[in-house]
Design a protein around this ligand. Structure first.
Ligand code: AVJ
Length: 330
């Protein structure tokens, strides 16, 4: 996942010494300002991931209510060998939003990639993770790339042009609307070449009580994760959000097939930031994240429209999560 260093190229330790409003770039200020002044105010979910936000997300993954992480891990543990049999050895494994590279590293012994290409918006973090990994797997050529793959991208020549296998676990594609997801998948297809493929994790549509609980945990970790976005934005654009005036609000919208996460004003309030101000009435909301849920059929449709054909998919016994392997259609 993207984290603070992707938004701010400065080292984390520099944060304390910088004047508050100087910590974000002009582009970040412009982007957040646009969202705050919109008729339905929003802030991009990428700002959930500063250093504390990334730790809170890790904590979410430990919660009983948050099933995606452990369910996906169980699918990889149970069917990893089967996946490797489908995919074959010697691919160039391109890890999208690699973070600490742990999920891919677990598959190395089975997939035996010839090259590992972790992509992450946070190049600094990646370089450190890869350093340790290279010691453990000296036979795999490692090519970390600090790039934002959600914008259109093309891979440099240092990435083998054949047998490109994109790896996109965690159901992170759910943060994109289906239209945006299709654009991203088309871009992957364009970069995959004729013999490329995609191994992707998606969260499935299920009983809405299970979904609601996963984003409204009893311990309040998801609420803290959501509210922390305001702390981060205060630092980025010199805003004065008072966290005590806001509350976490998340629900499953069945018609749109997505969890919507918002922050709701507990009282009438106003917010000031560098060059802007906005009023909120009690009950007004700030939209912070969408998390789309798919049926296997709907996601296969999307893959097909993007130029991939699904070869195989694996799920858990409850059908809560799926991992799909799709090949580029030549
Ligand atoms: C990291 C985008 C997959 O949508 O479930 C967890 C983020 N938000 N709890 C998700 C998240 C609230 C997560 N993804």
């Amino acid at each position: 996942m993207p984290d603070a260093a992707g938004v701010l190229p400065q080292a984390q330790s520099a944060h304390e010494t910088l004047p508050e409003a100087a910590q974000g770039s002009a582009a970040v200020l412009a982007e957040i300002t646009t969202g705050l002044l919109a008729a339905r105010p929003y802030i991009s979910p990428k700002y959930l991931y500063d250093t504390l936000g990334s730790k809170l997300f890790e904590a979410i993954c430990e919660l009983d209510e948050y099933y995606p992480t452990r369910t996906e891990a169980a699918i990889f543990a149970r069917y990893g060998a089967d996946m490797a049999a489908c995919i074959g050895h010697g691919a160039s494994l391109i890890d999208l939003g690699a973070g600490n590279c742990a999920k891919a590293a677990q598959l190395f012994p089975l997939l035996r990639p010839q090259q590992y290409v972790p992509l992450d918006i946070s190049a600094e973090f990646l370089t450190q993770a890869v350093y340790g990994l290279q010691q453990r797997f000296p036979a795999i050529e490692m090519t970390p790339l600090g790039l934002d793959f959600s914008a259109g991208f093309s891979l440099p020549e240092s990435v083998s042009a054949s047998r490109r296998l994109f790896f996109y676990p965690g159901s992170s594609i759910g943060n994109f609307s289906p239209v945006q997801a299709l654009a991203l998948l088309r871009n992957l297809r364009a970069n995959a070449g004729e013999d490329g493929g995609l191994l992707i994790g998606i969260d499935l549509v299920k009983n809405s009580a299970v979904l609601d609980a996963a984003y409204n945990d009893a311990l309040g970790v998801t609420a803290a994760f959501n509210l922390n976005l305001l702390r981060h934005v205060n630092r980025l654009i010199g805003a004065d959000f008072d966290l005590a005036q806001w509350q976490h609000y998340a629900y499953f919208d069945a018609a749109a097939s997505r969890i919507e996460m918002h922050l709701e004003a507990r009282t009438a309030l106003s917010v000031q930031w560098q060059g802007g101000t906005q009023q909120f009435a009690r009950g007004d909301r700030l939209h912070t994240e969408d998390s789309y849920k798919y049926t296997p059929q709907a996601f296969q449709q999307l893959l097909q429209s993007a130029g991939f054909e699904t070869v195989q998919h694996w799920t858990d016994p409850d059908n809560w999560f799926a991992v799909l392997y799709a090949r580029a259609v030549p």
